[in-house]
Design a protein around this ligand. Structure first.
Ligand SMILES: [Mn+2]
Length: 466
């Protein structure tokens, strides 16, 4: 059952890899084609929210294998250019619930950034609790949730005793005792490691240089994983050991929607940090990928496109089949595109034709596509705004952001010109400040200042979430 499903899911993945990206249409990048995304597995009953297909095995039967679903970076409550995304999140949660039922998933892992902010809006909290309530009342699935750098550990942890009684384990922050992070299942041992804050892995030492501090954080993370691995190995008795994490690994390809963590991304750890674990379920990087070419160390990526610059990659969740004594089977399951994000570049005269092509390339029945539009010819802003409004209404494509390089080229090419403050990150603003002060990015001073800035930003975010 599990095996044939794996093949079907892989086939769907292959289609995704070959699906067209809209080149030659003035479209720089776009989401995957509708045909590839809407079908998950043709051998399974159609995934329809509300219909409960039969479970492949009874929850009461002895489990000879364990099915784990790895996902991360939900970012409930997230907005894009001030636009609400709760309907897309709801579509994802509805899909996820049905998928877990159909596949009889035994354990759902959410590897951090459940929420987009430390103080999530009420709608996001409601979505979260409704989803968990539906999951525990209609499936046998257990849940492991760890905190990410966007999450408030306190917000996640507040209901943890109540949730634990409902088979939902929450680790908003790292427990002081490593043994508390080790969870034993009949067929696997799971080590719950959330986003590690600097205070979790390093005691600040006066007089340390920036580089020494970075090295200390990196070493602290490595030691943390090593100690938890030892604790798990003492109990595993032949069962595979799976870790979670929310961090940056060396060599990953990121996107602008990932907030920098630790001291910049300089404290990124290598794949060797996870040596000894049979699988590592990572969060933080929104583009699905493995780490250091090792398939058993994976970022599931975010279920939604969170920024325009990640719109070219397919989204997925990872289905693991765990049978003690055999390697873990990893099956990427492509997700539907609930809303396509598109970067579009064209002349104003080609706007209607280009947005029609965007609409034609978008998934049918999805929410209206959102576009970041770069206009290549000089056109007065007022005239452009009217044109965009009319074309947008005619095509059903929403333009969230307009970039006019022709109009801004005269203003000495400031990197942030033409962008609203809410579209920038604090780090970008700081980098721009350094640039305007004439501090060269290759100069050591640039790295010192950036490192100090990120440390301050980090501790601000931490105290906001404490
Ligand atoms: Mn994230």
């Amino acid at each position: 059952m599990g095996r044939s499903t794996s093949r079907d899911c892989r086939a769907a993945g292959d289609i995704l890899d070959n699906s067209g990206v809209g080149v030659g249409l003035g479209i720089l990048s776009q989401a995957v084609s509708p045909a590839a995304c809407t079908s998950i597995d043709h051998s399974e009953p159609e995934l329809q929210p509300g219909k409960i297909p039969p479970s492949p095995h009874s929850p009461n039967s002895p489990i000879s294998q364990m099915t784990i679903l790895h996902t991360a970076d939900w970012h409930l409550g997230a907005r894009l250019v001030d636009h609400d995304r709760s309907a897309e999140h709801q579509s994802f949660l509805d899909w996820l619930l049905v998928f877990i039922r159909v596949q009889a998933v035994d354990l759902l892992i959410v590897a951090g950034d459940v929420f987009d902010s430390a103080n999530p809006p009420q709608t996001a909290l409601t979505q979260y609790y409704r989803f968990l309530a539906a999951l525990v009342s209609t499936t046998h699935c257990q849940v492991l949730i760890i905190g990410g750098n966007h999450d408030s550990a306190a917000t996640l942890n507040a209901p943890r005793e109540l949730l634990r009684s409902l088979r939902v384990v929450v680790h908003g922050s790292a427990p002081a005792d490593h043994l508390e992070a080790v969870h034993e299942f009949p067929d696997a041992v799971i080590c719950a490691v959330p986003f590690l804050r600097e205070r979790d892995v390093r005691s600040a030492t006066a007089g340390q240089t920036h580089d020494e501090a970075v090295a200390a954080v990196r070493e602290g993370i490595r030691a943390h994983y090593h100690q938890i691995l030892s604790a798990a190995q003492a109990r595993a008795a032949g069962r595979p050991i799976i870790a979670t994490g929310h961090l940056t690994a060396i060599g990953v390809i990121g996107a602008s929607s990932e907030r920098q963590i630790h001291i910049g991304n300089l404290a990124a750890v290598g794949a060797d940090c996870f040596a000894g674990f049979d699988y590592t379920a990572l969060g933080h990087i929104h583009r699905p990928q493995n780490v250091g070419g090792r398939d058993q160390i994976r970022y599931s990526g975010s279920p939604l496109y969170l920024s325009f610059d990640e719109s070219a990659n397919a989204k997925q969740v990872l289905l693991l089949t765990v049978i003690p004594g055999t390697p873990i089977t990893i099956t990427p399951v492509p997700l539907p595109v609930w809303r396509g994000l598109f970067c579009v570049e064209c002349a104003s005269t080609a706007l209607m034709r280009t947005l029609r092509q965007v609409k034609a390339g978008a998934t049918p029945d999805s929410f209206p596509p959102w576009v970041e539009l770069t206009i290549t010819d000089p056109i007065p802003p007022a005239e452009l705004a009217l044109m965009v409004r009319d074309v947008s209404a005619a095509t059903g494509v929403d333009v969230l952001k307009i970039i006019r390089p022709a109009a801004t080229s005269a203003t000495t090419g400031h990197l942030l010109t033409g962008r609203h403050l809410h579209e920038t990150t604090p780090t970008e603003v700081f980098s721009e400040k350094l640039r305007r002060l004439g501090i060269d990015p290759d100069h050591p001073e640039y790295h010192e200042l950036t490192g100090t800035f990120l440390e301050l930003l980090n501790s601000m975010q931490e105290s906001a979430t404490a």
